[in-house]
Design a protein around this ligand. Structure first.
Ligand SMILES: Nc1nc2c(ncn2[C@@H]2O[C@H](COP(=O)(O)OP(=O)(O)OP(=O)(O)O)[C@@H](O)[C@H]2O)c(=O)[nH]1
Length: 617
């Protein structure tokens, strides 16, 4: 990761009057990382020749997918009217799965650059991020990006932006992160408009953690923004949510390589190293104070990230189970949002039930496990968390369909979201149709301009978390954007559909669905399995059932397979070879009752091809 830190001491505390803390907020792909990189160049922090594309996106997967997962902070010098300033830029993740991290990064700033693609206009995450910034009382600088594009319509979108946040369209800055046009003017504007941080330098120290990353060599690196007081190396600090205390081994600023300093004062943004090895001990949103002189009240806003989507992860080769467990333990050090517990499946063996913030989080985690730890995994169909109340008033939380209670059920509650969709108005009909088919309830609709509309729906999380966005995109020729946030729960008519092979239930294929959709699931799954499972020596019925009621049925006809029939008498060694080969093949089979199911069948049946979020956005 980072090379050895250069030691060029930064003054113990910078005068808050010359500090500007800001972040860039934007819809995905509107060019936030490109602009951030350009700013690093313009301020001379990163020389041109050292510039890797997207300097701030450190993880390989981030770079490949062009998305920002973990926020980072960088300090940049800038001069205006003969005065020197220190600009702290905090990079925020753009995807809806990571909203909590965005909101913490925003809370560390006084201002935000609201970046909008001049060829696309305002999108759903532009709005969602703008609202978050407004809730944090940030000064907003509206900026149109990519003005070098031939398709850019700066006039039109400057008007849209001005209408949204108030002000004059002429005041909306125009830049290109790619060519660098307008970037220096933007840096000037940041100094002029964003207020300097304010805090009490003599009060007990309070610093907010807005990011925590695990570094193999340095342990957990915690990014903080000092609100009051100051922090210095070698003193003992305390985490206010857990009261755990640690020694500050190193403290400094990223510019952008970690540079140790003699301390951090009011308004400063930097990093801490305490030697802890687990990001859970240094949680995003927590307040750091001084153990000897602790603050009385922690800063506002600390929430444990809540997993929204669950999936079972199983090694294809059972012998890899210990590797998977170790890999999850390691990933957890760097991902406070990841939760998991061991589980066993009759069909898939030993594995883990893992909770994620969303589908993207799931995919990234799975990809890292496969790539960094060389694992081949089966992941079961993702599901949300249900709360089941039994007749005897007992409440059971279900994150795995096969644990759905058998007893008498009084009611089932499912998580809900409020979703905002932005799209050209010609697609309103198609969008409403899609939302209705997903059990959505219309919340309202507003026109942002003559031809663009914002539609709000309340929908069950289970209905949107998997394939909704892809379908929305295809129904709107890619023009719609979506943002959602958790919004309570509702009682719903849900049932568990089981899949049986020769009368034996296969737990990995069970699913909790709405009553009206149970039949479709049953037909789809039995049909798929009929294609995927090879013929056996006997007939194999495949059934879908709700309780004891069969709702769909297929069957695989018997085959009498005599492999040796091919070797007309003759060569005995050839016969042996064939038998050996058949044995090899058997190894990759799972036995479900008497039925041999190839591993590939599980993989294929559980990877819902039509519902895979291929666009990742
Ligand atoms: N023509 C042009 N393309 C740009 C400009 N800025 C960014 N791009 C391109 O737009 C795409 C998205 O840019 P990114 O910087 O990765 O977008 P982002 O908003 O950071 O995306 P996330 O980090 O995932 O939120 C990339 O293909 C960039 O090359 C620009 O000023 N002009």
């Amino acid at each position: 990761m980072s090379p050895m830190a250069r030691f060029s001491p930064v003054p113990a505390a910078t005068d808050p009057a010359i500090i500007r803390n800001f972040c860039i907020i934007a819809h995905i792909d509107h060019g936030k990382s490109t602009l951030a990189d350009r700013m690093l160049q313009s301020t001379g922090v990163v020389e041109h020749r050292n510039m890797k594309a997207q300097y701030l996106d450190r993880m390989d997967i981030e770079r490949e997918r062009g998305i920002t997962i973990k926020s980072q902070a960088v300090r940049m010098p800038w001069e205006l009217d003969g005065e020197s300033y220190a600009l702290n830029m905090i990079d925020t993740p753009g995807h809806v799965d990571f909203t909590y991290e965005v909101s913490r990064s925003l809370a560390a700033c006084e201002g935000a650059v609201l970046l909008v693609d001049a060829a696309q206009g305002i999108e759903a995450q532009t709005l969602a991020n703008l609202y978050l910034a407004m809730e944090n009382d940030l000064t907003i600088i509206p900026v149109l990006n990519k003005i070098d594009l031939p398709a850019a319509q700066p006039e039109k979108y400057a008007e849209e932006l001005a209408k949204l946040i108030g002000g004059d369209p002429a005041d909306v800055l125009r830049v290109s992160g790619k060519t660098g046009v307008g970037v220096e003017a933007l840096l000037d504007q940041i100094v002029r408009e964003i207020p300097a941080p304010q805090g009490d330098p003599n009060a007990p120290a309070r610093a907010m953690i807005f990011d925590s990353v695990y570094d193999t060599y340095r342990g957990v690196v915690t990014y903080v923004r000092v609100i009051d007081g100051s922090l210095s190396p070698r003193e003992r600090i305390q985490m206010m949510s857990t009261r755990a205390s640690h020694e500050l081994l190193e403290i400094g600023v990223s510019s952008p390589e970690p540079t140790p300093s003699k301390g951090l004062g009011v308004g400063e943004v930097g990093y801490l190293i305490t030697g802890v090895k687990d990001v859970r001990l240094s949680k995003v949103g927590d307040t750091v104070t001084n153990l000897a002189k602790p603050a009385e009240k922690s800063l506002e806003g600390y929430a444990d990230p809540k997993p929204m989507v669950f999936s079972g992860l199983y090694p294809i080769d059972g012998a890899d189970y210990p590797v998977l467990r170790e890999a999850l333990e390691k990933l957890m050090l760097n991902d406070a949002a990841l939760v998991y517990e061991p589980e066993t499946s009759a069909a898939l063996g030993f594995g883990f039930r893992v909770g994620f913030l969303g589908l993207l989080h799931l995919e990234i985690t799975r990809e890292r496990l496969e790539r960094e730890y060389n694992l081949d995994l089966i992941s079961t169909a993702p599901n949300v968390e249900y709360e089941v109340t039994l007749e005897d008033k007992k409440v059971v939380t279900v994150t795995n369909p096969s644990e759905y209670p058998e007893g008498k059920i009084k009611e089932v509650r499912e998580p809900m979201v409020s979703a905002t969709i932005l799209a050209p108005n010609e697609f309103v009909g198609a969008i409403m149709e899609l939302c209705q088919s997903r059990r959505g309830v219309l919340g309202g609709m507003d026109y942002l301009s003559e031809d663009r509309v914002e539609i709000r729906y309340r929908l069950p999380l289970a209905e949107i978390v998997f394939d909704f966005f892809d379908i929305l995109k295809s129904k709107t020729r890619g023009y719609a954007s979506l943002d959602w946030k958790a919004d309570g729960e509702q009682v719903a008519d849900l049932v568990k559909v089981d899949i049986l092979l020769q009368g034996e239930q296969v737990d990995a294929f069970s699913s909790i669905t709405h009553k009206d959709k149970a039949y479709a699931y049953g037909v789809m799954m039995t049909g798929k399995l009929r294609e995927l499972i090879p013929r056996q020596q006997f007939e194999v019925p495949i059934q879908a059932a709700i309780g004891s009621r069969i709702i769909a049925r297929e069957s695989i006809r018997a085959i009498r397979k005599d492999v040796l029939a091919k070797c007309y008498g003759g060569d005995i060694s050839r016969k042996r070879k064939l038998l050996e080969k058949q044995k090899e093949g058997k190894k990759r089979m799972k036995m479900v009752g008497r039925v041999e199911v190839p591993q590939e069948a599980f993989v294929a049946a559980l990877s819902s091809d039509e519902s895979k979020d291929k666009s990742k956005k």
